[in-house]
Design a protein around this ligand. Structure first.
Ligand code: HEM
Length: 481
């Protein structure tokens, strides 16, 4: 007998729903999630996920990407010039890149360009040079006088911590991918992006504009700013822009004759991909460090010390070399496990019955989500205390447990920015712990001020905090001993 999945509303909390339905072991059955009139089938049984990864014919990532690009504001002409282009025509237009596109599609070109920029094994040293730019930016900016502009008071550095960490590191990412010309000409982009970042999940769930007026307004504002940025002379934009990707992505869009408005939409999406998750991951690393028994802080400060000369991070590769900083490594893994709410998404291209257990029919056109968080709390892997934040659990876990943490998604669409994110976050945590002392200014212990993560719906990576959950922190220069 073929079954149809049960239903759940987007208003319900998903962690609770997964709990309530006891979605563990062989009981994990698909269910449908209703959002703004669209059904998303949520898949969490390992055998069903394996089928989604294997059967790329019936479960398409490209179609999902097109939905998102449309929801973000791309015109039908823009879609036709990129995603709907005949594969041979695409090949002829962008042969400049000589990319080995197996199934020749814009999505693959986009991915290839990202990988050329972001993979440690890519040619031309693209990742290390981007890495170096981010490090120089951080070394220059992470000083008390330079951070004063974020302070709520004069003569001291007191900040709303979530807002502070996000804004500073969005600016670091912005500089790395767009060069200083964007901030110089459009200083509001980082601030406006934070508003967009809180709202854009509605595009993932394909809300029509009339159901998301605030999102529509901020998208229009940001797109207009990117349009103006793109109208600046190329020379000015590319000067001091360390990114290989951004000018080459633009070149590909030009070769495909994508219009200025649609190019601006693509640039907004690029800004989103580069900046939505890394600052949040950094925030959660810092928040857990501030709330954890001081032994973690002391241990991590001691472990990272050989990478520094005074308060300069002179040997960043030390931080990433396996075995050098075990407490730091376990802490990082635990934050990824505990604070990510990632999904992979696919569109069903033909009616498909999922294999046993159960025999569920997924109709053509249905959207499918794989929320990885359910694996992160699997007690058969992480133990009965899986719901606790406990970095030391990683000391005794087998190496294979790392593969269960899917903060960066999985399969064909796995995040190409994962190496950069790890490097950037580890360097930023190390620099901040080395240079600063932090004093949480909220009443009570961490149990009172530690904000609740917003885990109300699966999203595209790290969770934010629940509304109103930000807390004040005083930041002081730390004397290096
Ligand atoms: C903590 C940091 C990050 C997290 C947790 C994260 C997470 C994710 C997730 C969950 C996906 C979807 C994967 C899937 O569908 O299976 C994704 C896709 C993507 N991410 Fe990241 N990401 C991070 C940082 C970055 C950075 C720094 C960049 C770029 C510089 C980046 C670029 C992208 C791109 C371009 C995609 C789309 C991939 C495709 O279309 O095939 N991400 N990311």
């Amino acid at each position: 007998m073929v079954c149809f999945p049960g239903h759940l509303s987007l208003e319900e909390n998903h962690t609770d729903a997964l709990e309530r339905n006891k979605l563990s072991g062989d009981n994990r059955q698909p269910y449908a999630l209703q959002a703004a009139g669209t059904s998303f089938y949520v898949i969490s049984h390992p055998k069903h996920i394996a089928e989604l990864s294997r059967n790329t014919q019936n479960f398409s990532f490209v179609e999902f990407s097109v939905d998102i690009v449309k929801a973000t504001g791309m015109s039908p002409e823009g879609i036709a010039k990129t995603y709907n282009l005949d594969p041979d025509a695409l090949d002829a237009k962008v042969d400049h890149f000589k990319h080995p596109m197996k199934d020749k599609h814009f999505e693959h070109l986009n991915r290839q360009l990202h990988t050329t920029q972001l993979s440690p094994s890519s040619q031309n040293n693209n990742l290390p040079s981007l890495d170096q730019t981010i490090l120089s930016w951080l070394q220059n900016h992470l000083t008390i006088p330079n951070l004063q502009e974020y302070s709520l008071v004069q003569n001291d550095l007191e900040v709303n911590f979530y807002e502070f960490v996000n804004t500073v590191f969005i600016r670091a990412g912005e500089n790395a991918f767009f060069g200083p010309a964007l901030a110089r000409n459009h200083p509001d982009v980082a601030h406006d992006f934070r508003i967009y970042d809180e709202l854009h999940w509605r595009d993932l769930y394909l809300f029509p504009p009339f159901l998301a007026p605030e999102l529509t307004a901020i998208k229009e504002k940001l797109t207009a700013q990117f349009k103006k940025y793109l109208a600046l002379p190329k020379q000015e934009r590319d000067k001091q822009n360390p990114s290989w990707f951004t000018p080459n992505f633009e070149l590909a869009l030009d070769k495909l004759e994508v219009g200025e408005q649609d190019k601006a939409v693509f640039f907004l999406m690029l800004y989103l991909a580069t900046n939505t998750n890394t600052p949040k991951l950094l925030f959660w690393c810092l928040a857990h460090l501030l709330s954890s028994p001081v032994t973690y802080l002391d241990k991590i400060r001691a472990e990272i010390s050989p990478a520094f000369t005074g308060d300069e991070l002179t040997d960043p590769s030390y931080l990433l070399t396996p075995g050098n900083c075990p407490t730091f490594e376990f802490f990082y893994l635990e934050v990824l496990r505990f604070r990510s709410h990632s999904v992979s998404a696919r569109v069903v291209t033909a009616d498909t019955v999922l294999p046993a257990p159960g025999s569920f029919l997924l109709r053509k056109g249905a959207k499918v989500l794989i929320p990885y968080r359910v694996f992160h709390f699997d007690e058969t892997i992480f133990g009965k205390d899986a719901k606790l934040f406990k970095p030391e659990r990683w000391e005794s876990l087998p190496a294979s447990a790392r593969g269960v943490v899917r903060a960066f998604g999985g399969g064909k669409s796995i995040c190409p920015g994962r190496y950069l994110a790890e490097r950037e976050v580890k360097k930023a945590v190390a620099l901040m712990m080395r240079r600063f002392d932090f004093e949480v200014l909220a009443e009570g212990g961490p149990g009172k001020w530690m904000p609740k993560g917003d885990d109300s719906r699966p999203g595209v990576g790290m969770m934010g905090i629940e509304k109103g959950g930000d807390f004040k922190v005083r930041v002081r220069k730390r004397e290096v001993v």
